[in-house]
Design a protein around this ligand. Structure first.
Ligand code: MN
Length: 131
């Protein structure tokens, strides 16, 4: 079965690129242009991972991550922030919001795919408890 990845991104160029890379690699890609829509899709479709832009119109990506991680239904989904600002302090803010990691933009094909795959392979704390 194809693994589902949800991309929440309001920039059409980044969305197109991320979708193309992930689909080419064999993932089923779901998309949302706003955090609230993304949360609704996450609850309905339970993707294995959400790639979450930080700067979104309305609710930002960090608030969306907090809500997803506070909800028992969606808290096991890996949330990876997409950010152009990976400066000192930003990683802490991203982790504090509950994100499992981040990928720095601009998206570069090979690097992006490798980062997504390595984060999918990494065992989450929840999975360790169950083992
Ligand atoms: Mn944005």
């Amino acid at each position: 079965m194809m693994q589902k990845i949800l991309v929440v991104e309001d920039n059409p160029t980044n969305m197109k690129l991320a979708t193309a890379v992930l689909e080419h690699a064999g993932y089923q890609v779901l998309t949302a242009e706003a955090a609230s829509t993304g949360i609704a899709i996450a609850r309905e479709s339970l993707p294995v991972m959400i790639l979450m832009d930080i700067h979104l119109p309305g609710m930002d990506g960090l608030e969306a991550a907090r809500r997803l991680k506070a909800d028992p239904m969606t808290q096991a989904i890996k949330v990876v922030a997409l950010t152009a600002f990976a400066m000192k302090g930003d990683e802490e803010r991203i982790r504090a919001a509950g994100c499992d990691g981040y990928i720095a933009k601009p998206i570069k094909y090979k690097e992006f795919l490798a980062q997504v795959q390595s984060m999918l392979d990494s065992v989450s704390p929840g999975q360790v408890e169950q083992a």
